[in-house]
Design a protein around this ligand. Sequence first.
Ligand code: DAH
Length: 345
Amino acid sequence: MKEKIDLLCSEIESKINSVSTKKELNDLKVEYLGKKGIITELQSGIKDASDKKEYGSEVNRARTTFNDNFDKKSAEIELEELNKKLESENIDISLPALDIPVGSPNILENIIEEVEEVFMSMGYDVVDGPEIEEDKYNFELLNIPKGHPARDAQDTFYIEDENILLRSQTSPVQAREMLKAGGDKPIRMICPGKTYRRDADDATHSHQFMQIEGLLVDKNISLSDLKGTFDVIAKKLFGENCETRFRPSYYQFTEPSVETDISCFVCKGKGCSLCKNTGWITVSGAGMVHPNVLKNCGYDPKVWSGFAFGFGAERLAMLKYGINDIRTFYQTDLRESKAFDRRDV
Ligand code: DAH
């Protein structure tokens, strides 16, 4: 019996040694330890053995030999597979990196972000309003009733009927914000967004453009608050030496109304083609919110007062970056946007 098991053990060792895959190894397990396996059959022969004790321990020796060799080989194969995998996934760090093209925000996005940062630092909220607007908000609540001649300059695109339009200005957001606040809370907001007019496109006109509206409502607000606020934003955008001035103007939703000018940063006030020899450049319309507008939007003009302003975003960007054709903003030319990208990329 002992010689028979010695022979079996060396057969097991050499067979296990000769395999190189998990499958082959498992096939051997079936061959020796499966239901009809060699060792299993030997085990069942115990009933006919003369010395059952010796027989049993010899069969166990064969089983242990199989299991020990099996475990050893199994670990070897696993290690080999892992090494192969690591080798095949090896990264060659000397290869040049893939060139992934990176985009850039539109120039208008840059200027709007810059203006937002200044106003947010003064406690303003940045809000949104609908581009498809009702006549009521775009005109009527802003003191521009149907048939008012001021509507001519703001002719726009109408949708379905004359009461639904593409907003011709961001000023309707003033009315929306006042109505939302309910007439008893101060408001400080700016609203950048797209606006539309029935204009033929050329170097300085576009049927779609962007404005940055601002509104402050509180108690005891005066024109000097507007002047101080305008001064801050002008200096932030155009430099500490930028001077500001107001000129009387007329808007239906402000009284008094002004045009806000900055000193010409090209000629420093001496006169040049940019400032049309005046030394000043107009950058926004503004004024004290008209009492009718406050009333229309639920604020008592005897208690509350406020100022409002509207910048043309394209105009600001054209001045700041020296761009002379408004169409530059809409052509999504990456060379242009990248040149004025404020992000650190
Ligand atoms: N909405 C005006 C326009 O499109 C600009 C404007 C002027 C806005 C005066 C204002 C303002 O808020 O007070 O021409």
